[in-house]
Design a protein around this ligand. Structure first.
Ligand code: GUN
Ligand code: ZN
Length: 433
């Protein structure tokens, strides 16, 4: 088995800076070596200590001066929204009706879905995203095409077909029975295959009948290791609608909880308008939040309270939420998260930012034992950065005196252009140019 030693400035979070403090939460090894064997990290350390002991035949790849971090983990993104991203002028409910559902209806066509799957996976890799929790369209065939493409790249990716049997146009509607059967067919085919996983994916409470949510709760129990992925408390008109549709529920979160859809396997996107009690209940259940800053700003949904989530010990990861989100780039997503922190009066520390985009996301998706940090034994999903991706970035980075400052500048000025290479399980799957 040949080993590969990648030389560079290795940075990883190993814990939550908000819990253990920024200094204990990270590891930084300038001029280090990341040793990869059999798809896993075999060693991480200083070059001058590791290099003399490398076994004969180890391939050396020299990225001296370049930052190396874990791959990004996108905890909420929509596969069928790449043709209507950046659609003008609406908030959530009209945006769904006018732009989103018509675009998703096109995914009934398997050739369209297969072409889009290739584009989508390539775009993730180009932006340095190595794992994601992905919403499909309502169509099983389209989600099958997405899994097929992710499998080709050996990605650790979780996806599901969208369950939506009411209050949506007929060409993107399933039934409680067909949605359940299609979800089970996809889970039987792909859950646990290679590095893939399945998520039961109710669109959002307004688009799912009681029977559909009951079946979703049942499916979550019937399989080992599934996730549940949905939207929660994103927009005030949406929340009012949920109150009308679920008059017996104590709130939006309760509308899911009463169907068995509030467990530690559940990932809720947005959560912009949760009450204190809802935050607390979510924390007690061990559920996770996908924080989607570019989307929350683009649709005018509101400003997420990261500090509240921290207060209740809730696991949080970052989501791009393409196509309500405006970029596949996790760096751009962190940029907007920083600005939301400023508006909320909370400084988002760059160590915390990169934690949310890597290990925090891995925890939210229950894959932190495998990915999310550069530690011995983990799968070797990592990025090599181009530190001179733009003239401005090259100039600004020269003035950085600490890794903290470098990370901050990358998260504000950086985007896909900063990702020179994306490695998946020890193999290069994207190289710029
Ligand atoms: N709520 C229900 N569906 C969607 C969607 O596609 N995007 C966002 N941002 N929110 C939703
Ligand atoms: Zn979404």
């Amino acid at each position: 088995m040949t080993a590969t030693a990648i030389i560079g400035d290795i940075f990883t979070l190993v814990d939550d800076p908000a819990v253990v403090g920024a200094q204990d939460a990270h590891r930084y090894i300038p001029n280090g070596i990341l040793l990869v064997e059999d798809g896993h990290i075999a060693a991480v350390g200083k070059r001058n200590e590791l290099e003399p002991n490398l076994s004969e035949g180890t391939k050396l790849i020299d990225h001296t001066g370049a930052l190396i971090t874990p791959g990004f983990i996108d905890t909420h993104i929509h596969f069928p929204q790449i043709d209507m991203i950046a659609s003008y002028g609406e908030q959530l409910l009209d945006w769904l009706e006018n732009y989103t559902f018509p675009a998703e209806a096109q995914y009934a066509d398997e050739a369209h879905a297969a072409d889009a799957a290739q584009f989508f996976i390539r775009e993730l890799l180009r932006n340095g995203t190595t794992s994601a929790l992905v919403y499909g369209s309502v169509h099983a065939g389209a989600v099958d095409a997405l899994f097929e493409e992710a499998h080709k790249h050996n990605m650790r990716l979780v996806a599901g077909k969208s369950l939506m049997d009411r209050n949506v146009p007929y060409d993107v509607r399933d039934t409680a029975e067909s949605g359940d059967a299609d979800s089970r067919w996809l889970a039987d085919k792909w859950h646990g295959k290679g590095r893939l996983g399945y998520a039961v994916t109710p669109r959002f409470a307004p688009a799912c009948s009681d029977e559909q949510l009951t079946r979703a709760g049942q499916m979550l129990q019937d399989y080992d290791g599934l996730l549940m992925h949905t939207h929660l408390s994103e927009n005030t008109a949406e929340i009012d609608w949920v109150k009308e549709l679920y008059p017996d529920a104590s709130g939006y979160l309760d509308a899911y909880a009463r169907f068995g859809l509030l467990t530690d396997r559940c990932v809720f996107a947005h959560c912009v308008h949760l009450s204190g009690e809802e935050f607390q209940r979510m924390g007690e259940a061990g559920a996770a939040i996908a924080y989607c800053p570019t989307s929350n700003l683009f649709l005018g949904s509101g400003l997420f309270h990261l500090k509240e989530a921290e207060k209740y010990g809730i696991t949080v990861g970052m989501g791009t939420d393409v196509g309500a989100g405006t970029s596949f780039s996790m760096l751009q997503t962190l940029n907007e998260a920083y600005k939301i922190g400023q508006l909320r009066g909370n400084k988002l520390n760059p160590f915390k930012s990169f934690y949310l985009a890597t290990l925090g996301g891995a925890k939210a998706l229950h894959m932190a034992d495998k990915v999310g940090s550069l530690e011995v034994g983990k799968e070797a999903d990592f990025l090599v950065y181009n530190m001179a991706a733009t003239p401005l970035l090259a100039r600004r980075l020269k003035h950085c005196k600490t890794i903290e400052e470098t990370l901050f500048v990358l998260s504000i000025l950086g985007d896909d252009r900063c990702i020179a290479e994306t490695w998946i399980a020890g193999n290069g799957h994207y190289k710029k140019g």
